[in-house]
Design a binder for this molecule. Sequence first.
Ligand SMILES: [Zn+2]
Length: 199
Amino acid sequence: MDESTKVVVATKEATPESKTPVVRLGTVTGKPVEIKSKDGKTLYKCQYCGKYVNAEDSIENEAGSYCEHLRENGLDDKALADIRSGKTVDKVPTDDSGKEYVKIAVVHRLCDKHNIPISRLVKAFGGDRGLDPVLHPAFAFVYVGRARYISPWCATTEGLAFLKTLGQSGSPNPEAKTTKPVKSVKPATKVEEALAPTK
Ligand SMILES: [Zn+2]
């Protein structure tokens, strides 16, 4: 394939939670997935989402495995943008009891705190872009701007306990061994404190 004709469009939605500084690729030709860092190392970026990739096959495909998977399933940028706008709302929704939805990033931190593998959270909300079925209705997320929000229930003791059980039933999961028993989850009031803004 002639690499010089490949056009790469930087995405606006690259890794909102990523701590990696996002280098805007813009619309460029040549070998845009290769970027020379200041210290002379060559870094590689996914041609679709701009995330760094390092697996051999990802570098070869010039795309992360997830983006590659999406394209293999016939989803182009337009289709993905349509799906995204279908999940986008103007303001943070509330649940049936009037409590505001919480950022997925918040639940992510709670998972870290409670030794719940992040892969389970991602699986529960249907994958990074929510293209797969959710494992529980409360985990269906919406976008508000760049952030994804899910029901506050997900951040409660019950919500976290649900994520914990994901690794215990079904297929054998080596991660389950390192997970503490559900009873170590703190009461809901404590969890809600964790939801307070961290600034
Ligand atoms: Zn990608």
